[in-house]
Design a protein around this ligand. Structure first.
Ligand code: DMJ
Length: 598
């Protein structure tokens, strides 16, 4: 195990860790696996042909009998001698017979030709050198990212996101009113990791020339932190390019006024120019949100580490100290906290939206500190124990789910966002209290299974935004407003963590199913779009290519089919937007409660 060389406080450039353009070491290490991947592709092409034949033939099989070589395997029910026992199969006699025979012959020839072509292609592939195969695999693995990026480059460049059908830029209020190139910043590290270096440089150039934070625009502190600061820091650590660190620090300075509240719990939104902050109108009694103010730690500790300025570290440690002092109903953290009074708002606890990444960052604070931040680990363990006791249940059909706690009542509903927890439990298994590693790995696997079911029980094989466990209803969305899929990553993220820890092939299989479904239903000529109803076999698109699709969904998919030596988890910790940040090896000091190290 090598220790990653980190940038010391002086600001000297670091060599990229385990990654190095233009050819990455991990590509060599994964060749054997990748060869298998190619063979799999060939096999799947062949099977697709066979299935194509299968789906093509039955329409005609209602009218005639086939005598194909593959018939017994593919359509065993088509047998004239046993026709009487096989409803729907009967023979054709009379004047049409000749025409039908010709048709049969044509189909037979087509299938044979396709079959031979597939075998020829397979043989050709195997003749190629390792380098050629490697390059082809790389191109295959990058294809979705290329499609998403290239279309954004053409139609949405500089805008925050892309409307892939209208073929124009898109934005939401989380990014404020200016064009901050959210997709560029969010996608940078994915491009780098995939070896798409021309695209990476193109993004870098845009950032150098255009990314400006002195704008009169009100942004979400949380979203801008995880996507922009996280993305810029990650791009910096991977490439060593100073510009990314400079921009990250410039933006962080603009966020600091959000902490000017009576308690130090930051506002949800801040105006980058005036520094005026406020909370979302919909949040309980003017509260700040747990998953927002509780998801700053990783980025802010890195900012202090890189700049030598303790201000960022102090802000997030202050939040932690305040939370530690508060009473928690049933040991659970409510999602709402009023930044003026320091009191909880509504007693609503969830591991999905509003709560999710707070728990994730407790665990990752510990991992990021080289497992020296024991305070964070304790808070994580305590929180997870309470969650397991009160929120995690098994459905009648045996599916483990994480419900939501509302004023003492358990709502048996789980959001797509909560599916990230399968990966979190697996990631936190090692180092768990009373050595319950096996238990947490199992719990992670159960959540992964439940979330896979939520995908599998839909027409599109893509998961709904939220699903219920109510009587006979299990892992299925009930309300129309919960049936959409907006290219979210959490389920694939969990597959990836589970794959890393178990190498159980089911996770690659499940990830592959999701990739195929995204390709089939979300890909449009101008990029990728979310869909409005995963239960309808003719999907309607929402016409938004979310920036997290490039930052997270496609990155986790890529990692799922790469070797473990690409961004090893003992050196890298992924922020909640999938931006990898290196573990900080701070020799014998502890980050926790010890600002002296900064
Ligand atoms: C991402 O922006 C982050 O993962 C965040 O923590 C919540 N989920 C979205 C994507 O679904």
């Amino acid at each position: 195990m090598t220790t990653p060389a980190l940038l010391p406080l002086s600001g000297r450039r670091i060599p990229p860790l385990n990654l190095g353009p233009p050819s990455f070491p991990h590509h060599r290490a994964t060749l054997r696996l990748s060869e298998k991947f190619i063979l799999l592709l060939i096999l799947s092409a062949f099977i697709t042909l066979c299935f194509g034949a299968f789906f093509f033939l039955p329409d005609s099989s209602k009218h005639k009998r086939f005598d194909l070589g593959l018939e017994d395997v593919l359509i065993p029910h088509v047998d004239a001698n046993r026709g009487a026992k096989n409803p729907g199969v009967f023979l054709i006699h009379g004047p049409d017979e000749h025409r039908h025979r010709e048709e049969e012959e044509r189909l037979r020839n087509k299938i044979r030709a396709d079959h031979e072509k597939a075998l020829e292609e397979a043989k050709e592939k195997l003749k190629k050198s390792r380098e050629e195969i490697r390059a082809e695999i790389q191109t295959e693995k990058n294809k979705m990212m290329k499609h998403a990026w290239d279309n954004y480059r053409i139609y949405g460049w500089g805008h925050n996101e892309l409307r892939p059908i209208a073929r124009k830029g898109h934005s939401t209020n989380i990014f404020g009113s200016s064009q901050m190139g959210a997709t560029i910043v969010d996608a940078l590290d994915t491009l780098y990791i995939m070896g798409l270096l021309d695209e990476f440089r193109d993004g870098q150039k845009w950032i150098e020339d255009n990314l400006d934070f002195s704008v009169n625009s009100e942004v979400s502190v949380f979203e801008v932190n995880i996507r922009f600061i996280g993305g810029l820091l990650s791009a910096y650590y991977l490439s060593g390019e100073e510009i990314f660190k400079i921009k990250a620090v410039q933006l962080a300075e603009k966020l600091l006024p959000a902490f000017n509240t009576p308690t130090g719990i930051p506002w949800a939104m801040v105006n980058l120019k005036s520094g005026v902050g406020r909370n979302w109108g919909w949040a309980s009694a003017g509260s700040s949100i747990l998953a927002e103010f509780g998801t700053l730690h990783m980025e802010f500790v890195h900012l202090s580490y890189l700049t030598g300025d303790p201000v960022y570290y102090k802000k997030v440690m202050h939040i932690r100290k305040l939370l530690q002092k508060m009473d928690r109903p049933n040991g659970l953290y409510p999602n709402y906290l009023n930044p003026r009074t320091g009191r909880w708002g509504q007693y609503h606890t969830s591991v999905g939206g509003l709560g999710d990444s707070f728990y994730e960052y407790l665990l990752k604070a510990w991992l990021m500190s080289d497992k020296t931040d024991h305070e964070a680990r304790k808070m994580y363990d305590d929180a997870i124990e309470a969650i397991e006791k009160h929120l995690i249940k098994k459905s009648r059909g045996g599916l483990t789910f994480i419900g939501e706690w509302k004023n003492g009542h358990l709502e048996k509903k789980m959001g797509h966002l909560a599916c990230f927890a399968g990966g979190m439990f697996a990631l936190g298994a090692d180092g768990s209290r009373m050595d319950k590693a096996g238990h947490y790995l199992e719990l992670g696997a159960e959540i992964a299974h439940t979330c896979h079911e939520s995908y599998d029980r839909t027409a599109l094989k893509l998961g709904p935004e939220s699903f219920k466990f109510d009587g006979a209803v299990e892992a299925v969305a009930v309300r129309q407003a919960e049936k959409y899929y907006i290219l979210r990553p959490e389920v694939i993220e969990t597959y990836w963590y589970l794959w890393r820890f178990t190498h159980d092939p089911r996770y690659r299989r499940w990830g592959w199913e999701a990739a195929l479904a995204i390709e089939k239903y979300c890909r449009v000529s101008g990029g990728f779009s979310g869909v409005k109803d995963v239960y309808s076999s003719t999907p309607t698109h929402d016409d938004v290519q979310q920036s997290f699709f490039l930052a997270e969904t496609l990155k986790y998919l890529y990692l799922l089919f790469s070797g473990d030596d690409l961004l090893p988890l003992d050196h890298w910790v992924f922020n909640t937007e999938a931006h990898p940040l290196p573990v900080l090896h701070l020799s014998n000091t502890t980050l926790s409660g010890n600002p002296a190290v900064l």
